[in-house]
Design a protein around this ligand. Structure first.
Ligand code: G
Ligand code: G
Ligand code: MN
Ligand code: NA
Length: 250
């Protein structure tokens, strides 16, 4: 059987699960929330990472119903965490342009009774390329419902800097490639410093992705970045392991 045929059944069969990677507040050294990353527990192929099936789901038009499940599951999970911890959910382009997105968010929040301020939606620059005015309207509508918006993989797409002015967002996730560049030469650190400074001026929070060493953490913290995420803290882990993770950090 091919992956496509199985994917049609997977949602109904309950084969998807969300794993969570901590977002760490660098000034306070504590977990401020978790990013939800989908996994598929395939009956024959084992645990599959998102890059093996998300593009397929997008091509098959399955990402919208899957996305609704992801939003609901993530809000339900987060509602069981200690007060104040946030959950970040990735959105695909098709979800973002779907007219049912705001309803899906409202339903997920209402059903889980999660405070809207605890939900962050991660969008990418490429997702905003298509229609600027429509995208701005969607972002305003989402923020009006109380959720916040993060720009994921920042710096990897087109016209990044103008996007910070054009779109109503709350946080910028600085792409992992800049952390790698920081290790390679001084100019790499200058880029992170510049993005962090610009975000501070604009009143935007920053998360640096792909932190793998204490030295990288120290450097990005000294540049005033708000949060770090990466293997240094933890890889994505199943929801059931969150209480143990929080206990370890306390
Ligand atoms: O940890 P992982 O390799 O699964 O994440 C790789 C990428 O897959 C993420 O950066 C994100 O773009 C995408 N992804 C992971 N989980 C989800 C999800 O729940 N929804 C969407 N739309 N994309 C996801
Ligand atoms: O949403 P996004 O595309 O940023 O998803 C993050 C991806 O990066 C996930 O696939 C996650 O497993 C991966 N990731 C998270 N932390 C690290 C890290 O420290 N190093 C590397 N190489 N990958 C990471
Ligand atoms: Mn993300
Ligand atoms: Na990212």
């Amino acid at each position: 059987r091919c992956l496509e045929a199985d994917l049609h059944q997977a949602l109904r069969k309950g084969e998807f699960e969300l794993h969570y990677q901590p977002l760490v507040n660098l000034a306070q050294g504590c977990i401020s929330g978790f990013e939800a990353l989908i996994r598929w527990r395939h009956p024959e192929r084992g645990l599959l990472c998102s890059d093996t099936f998300i593009p397929v789901a997008e091509a098959m038009g399955l990402i919208v119903p899957m996305g609704k499940w992801i939003l609901s599951r993530a809000c339900m999970d987060a509602a069981s965490w200690p007060e104040g911890l946030k959950v970040a959910v990735n959105l695909s382009a098709a979800q973002f342009s779907d007219s049912g997105l705001t309803d899906a968010v409202t339903v997920a929040l209402a059903t889980s009774r999660l405070a809207p301020g605890r939900l962050e939606l991660e969008i990418t620059e490429s997702l905003l390329l298509r229609d600027t005015e429509d995208s701005v309207a969607v972002l305003h509508r989402l923020r009006a419902s109380g959720v916040s918006i993060s720009m994921d993989d920042f710096g990897t797409g087109y016209s990044s800097l103008s996007y910070l002015l054009k779109f109503p967002i709350d946080k910028v996730k600085i792409d992992r490639s800049f952390v790698l560049a920081m290790d390679e030469r001084p100019e790499g650190a200058a880029i992170i410093r510049a993005i962090a400074g610009l975000c501070q001026t604009l009143g935007l929070a920053t998360t640096v992705e792909g932190i793998e060493t204490p030295e990288q953490m120290r450097q990005v913290a000294s540049q005033g970045c708000t949060e770090g995420q990466g293997y240094l803290f933890s890889p994505p882990r199943p929801a059931a392991e969150i209480p143990a993770m929080l206990a370890q950090w306390r």
